[in-house]
Design a protein around this ligand. Structure first.
Ligand code: FES
Length: 394
C-alpha cells in the first residue's frame, strides 16, 4: 500500500516577521481605496433579477384557437428563461378584483430567448378567470406575468434518462414544453407520454404531438380515451397496467392533470412500487369548494368576516366559507401575493392571528416551523369561523 508522508511546518519567528511586514502594505492599500459608498446593486444582482423577475410585461401577439381552449402567444423584447415544465402566474384586474392564475409555459424554453412564451387557457378550467381571458384577450392585449416558477421540470441529477409522463386534459401543457425542448435539443431525455382525453376531439395539441413524434424517436405518445373506443387508441383510464405496458425498465414518472386524476392515480402508483424520488406531481390548484374533501366538516353556505392586517392598516371584508381565503382577499381588490394557488410555493404565506380554518392534508405545503407558528397559505385554506389574518404584500 502506498504511504503518504505529510510534513507540517510550525509557524516560526520568520513567519511572524513576514506577517508584521505585511501590515503597513495592507494599510496603504486600504487608504488608497475609493471613498465612494458601496454600490447598492451589483452586476450579479441585476443578472439574478433578469433571470428571476417578480413581474414581466408582455403583449398578446397570436391566438391559436382549440376546442374549448386558446393558446396565446405572448411577446416582449425580453422574457425570463425557464425550465420546461415551469409556469407563470398571470395577474388580472377583473371588475376591481385583483386576481391571478398559474398557467404552464407550453413552448420550448428556447423561444423565451427570442422573447416568446406560449400559454394555453382552457374554458371553465377554474371558472371566471379562464372565461374572462378567453372572452377578453385579443391581439395587442397587455399582459402582466410573474417570473417562471415551479419545480415540475426534468432534473438529470435526480431523474432517470427515461421519463414516463401521465397527462390528463389540459395537463398536457408542461409535457408540450418538455417534448418541444427535447426536439430542439434544449433537454436530453426520452419521454413516453400517456395522454388521457375524453374523446379524439378533446385531444389538445393533437397535430403538434404527431409532428414531434415524427421528427424524433425520443418522444412517444399513447393516447388514452375514456369515452370513446377507436383503433390505435387505448381505452379507459390511465392506471398501473397501462403504465407497465408502455414503461421502460427504469424510469421517472411525471404526473399532471385534474385533481380527480391525481386522486385515482394515488392507489395505482403505489402498486408500481416506484421509489418516491422518481415520482413528480405537478401542483393541482384548489377545487371550487371545500366539500370536495371528505375530511371537510364545515358549513360551506356560511359567510364570515375577515379582518386583515396589511402593512399596519386594518381592513374588514366578507369571507365566504366555500372559497379559499385568498379568493376573498382578491375579490376585495387587494393584491395579495400568490403563484401556484395550490398550497405549495409559499408565496401567499400569511399569519393567522384568530379564528378556525380548514386546511386539507393533501394541500398543506407549509413548513413545519410555519405550521407551529400559526402561518397559513390562504390559497389552500378555507374559513370555519371569522378570521384575523396578517398578509405581507410583495
Ligand atoms: S400561492 Fe403558492 S402556496 Fe399559496
Amino acid at each position: 500500500m502506498k504511504k503518504f508522508n505529510f510534513h507540517i511546518k510550525p509557524i516560526g519567528l520568520l513567519d511572524m516577521l513576514e506577517f508584521k511586514k505585511a501590515v503597513p502594505k495592507r494599510r496603504a492599500v486600504l487608504q488608497s481605496g475609493s471613498l465612494d459608498p458601496i454600490t447598492a446593486v451589483y452586476g450579479v444582482n441585476r443578472l439574478a433579477q433578469s433571470m428571476h423577475p417578480k413581474q414581466q410585461k408582455a403583449v398578446v401577439a397570436g391566438i391559436i384557437p382549440r376546442k374549448d381552449a386558446n393558446t396565446y402567444i405572448l411577446r416582449a423584447p425580453k422574457l425570463a428563461y425557464f425550465r420546461a415544465g415551469q409556469y407563470v402566474s398571470v395577474k388580472l384586474d377583473i371588475g376591481g378584483a385583483a386576481v391571478s392564475r398559474p398557467y404552464t409555459l407550453a413552448a420550448s424554453p428556447a423561444l423565451a430567448l427570442e422573447g416568446e412564451y406560449q400559454i394555453t387557457v382552457k374554458k371553465a378550467q377554474d371558472g371566471f378567470v379562464s372565461e374572462y381571458i378567453i372572452d377578453n384577450w385579443q391581439l395587442g392585449t397587455d399582459v402582466t406575468l410573474s417570473g417562471p416558477e415551479g419545480p415540475f421540470s426534468y432534473e438529470p441529477m435526480r431523474d432517470e434518462y427515461e421519463v414516463v409522463g401521465l397527462a390528463g386534459g389540459s395537463g398536457i401543457t408542461p409535457f408540450m414544453a418538455m417534448a418541444n425542448a427535447i426536439l430542439d435539443g434544449t433537454e436530453n431525455f426520452r419521454l413516453t407520454l400517456l395522454y388521457g382525453s375524453r374523446t379524439k376531439e378533446d385531444i389538445l395539441y393533437a397535430e403538434e404531438l404527431e409532428k414531434i413524434c415524427a421528427a424524433t424517436d425520443k418522444v412517444k405518445v399513447i393516447h388514452v380515451l375514456s369515452e370513446e373506443e377507436a383503433e390505435g387508441f387505448e381505452h379507459g383510464f390511465i392506471g398501473a397496467d397501462l403504465i407497465r405496458k408502455y414503461a421502460p425498465e427504469k424510469y421517472s414518472l411525471y404526473v399532471c392533470g385534474p385533481r380527480a386524476m391525481h386522486d385515482f392515480l394515488a392507489g395505482e402508483l403505489a402498486a408500481l412500487g416506484l421509489d418516491q424520488k422518481h415520482i413528480r406531481r405537478e401542483f393541482v390548484p384548489a377545487p371550487a369548494s371545500p366539500v370536495y374533501f371528505s375530511e371537510y366538516a364545515g358549513d360551506a353556505s356560511k359567510v364570515f368576516t375577515l379582518t386583515l392586517q396589511i402593512l399596519g392598516e386594518t381592513k374588514q371584508i366578507p369571507l365566504r366559507a366555500d372559497e379559499p381565503v385568498l379568493t376573498a382577499i382578491e375579490r376585495a381588490g387587494i393584491a395579495a401575493p400568490s403563484r401556484c394557488r395550490s398550497g405549495e410555493c409559499g408565496w401567499c404565506r400569511s399569519r393567522l392571528t384568530g379564528g378556525e380554518v380548514f386546511i386539507p392534508a393533501s394541500m398543506d405545503g407549509r413548513r413545519f416551523a410555519d405550521h407551529a407558528a400559526g402561518y397559513i397559505h390562504p390559497c389552500s385554506t378555507w374559513a370555519l369561523s371569522d378570521l384575523e389574518l396578517e398578509i405581507f404584500p410583495e
